[in-house]
Design a protein around this ligand. Structure first.
Ligand SMILES: Nc1ncnc2c1ncn2[C@@H]1O[C@H](COP(=O)(O)OP(=O)(O)OP(=O)(O)O)[C@@H](O)[C@H]1O
Ligand SMILES: [Mg+2]
Length: 293
């Protein structure tokens, strides 16, 4: 099959449906994607397939013509246990926003991510470029180091500054009527002149309002940042003030409503939070920040 230089950059296999996997109507720009100089698509396809044959992980990083390329394989396995636990926890708290995303699997999940990335590029968001797509993989340009790794290596004051700036970045995306959908620190990146975003594979509930999507992003961000709360008592209260100060009235209402439920849960179940993995202490720190405002 001759390489197709339109979008998606290349689709191998005649039965691959790039529209599958997402019910969200997306206005995807169909213009050609220009690979970086020296990175010819046919060459990239061979390099990707060789790298995937040699590696085991779902995400494979390779260098092609001196450029870093990230390759994602389709998600396999149902993961229903984790999904069920996550769903049950959201129900127990009575916070719909905390429900897990629909689990995207197989080539349709990758196709949905490619379509979203093209859409967000069109809006000027700092997201990776789609370099190629096939039923078995999605190749993306490097979008900088993951913030999860970057902040882990910082001292407390610098980490606090970077987390506050990253939250501001997320809320700037919201100001353009958008949402990330998986705004944990590991899915944001550090760029030379600011921040970037990665990982747009999962669908949220189609009926979820924009306000709920944005409030959910902010909670995912806070929960992932709150793992540093034990080393920095002012971190979560400060991030919460920042978030509420910038949020629109309707997003603020969503944040406060979930915050009230967290405070109630913390009063009754706070003693058990330290035993609930990473999320228990994080949610507890957020509940305390609401309480002490
Ligand atoms: N385009 C990219 N630029 C920089 N880093 C990337 C890129 N794509 C993937 N990564 C790295 O690989 C990791 C996993 O990629 P990604 O988040 O897309 O996959 P995932 O399996 O959906 O992750 P999650 O665990 O969040 O579900 C990221 O956290 C990041 O460290
Ligand atoms: Mg991710």
């Amino acid at each position: 099959m001759a390489p197709d230089r339109g979008f998606p950059a290349r689709i191998a296999g005649g039965d691959f449906d790039p529209e599958a996997g997402s019910r969200e109507p997306l206005d995807v720009p169909r213009g050609p994607q220009t690979p970086r100089a020296g990175m010819t698509l046919p060459g990239l396809v061979e390099e990707v397939e060789a790298a995937l044959a040699a590696a085991r992980g779902r995400i494979v990083k390779l260098t092609s013509s001196g450029q870093t390329v990230w390759v994602k394989r389709p998600r396999r396995g149902p993961g229903y246990t984790l999904y069920g636990l996550h769903f049950a926890a959201a129900e127990a708290l009575g916070i719909r926003l905390f429900r897990p995303p629909k689990v995207s699997r197989g080539p349709s999940g990758l196709a949905a991510e490619a379509r979203r990335l093209a859409h967000l590029q069109g809006k000027g968001w700092p997201v990776p470029r789609v370099l190629g797509i096939a039923p078995d993989w999605l190749a993306l340009s490097d979008n900088g180091p993951s913030l999860g790794d970057v902040v882990a290596g910082l001292q407390v004051p610098e980490r606090s500054r970077m987390l506050r700036a990253a939250l501001q970045f997320l809320q700037t995306l919201h100001a353009s009527q958008g949402w990330h959908g998986a705004a944990q620190l590991r899915n944001l990146t550090r760029l030379q002149d600011g921040f970037g975003a990665i990982d747009f594979e999962d669908d949220l509930e189609p009926a979820m309002s924009l306000e709920s999507r944005q409030a959910r992003d902010i909670y995912l961000f806070l929960i992932s940042a709150a793992r540093y709360a034990d080393r920095d008592a002012t971190l979560v209260p400060q991030l919460l003030e920042d978030a509420l100060g910038r949020a629109s009235t309707s997003v603020g209402a969503e944040l406060n409503s979930a915050g009230a439920k967290l405070m109630r849960a913390e009063r009754v179940l706070g003693w058990i939070a330290p035993y609930l993995g990473r999320d228990g202490p994080a949610l507890s720190a957020i509940a305390r920040a609401f309480r002490d405002r």
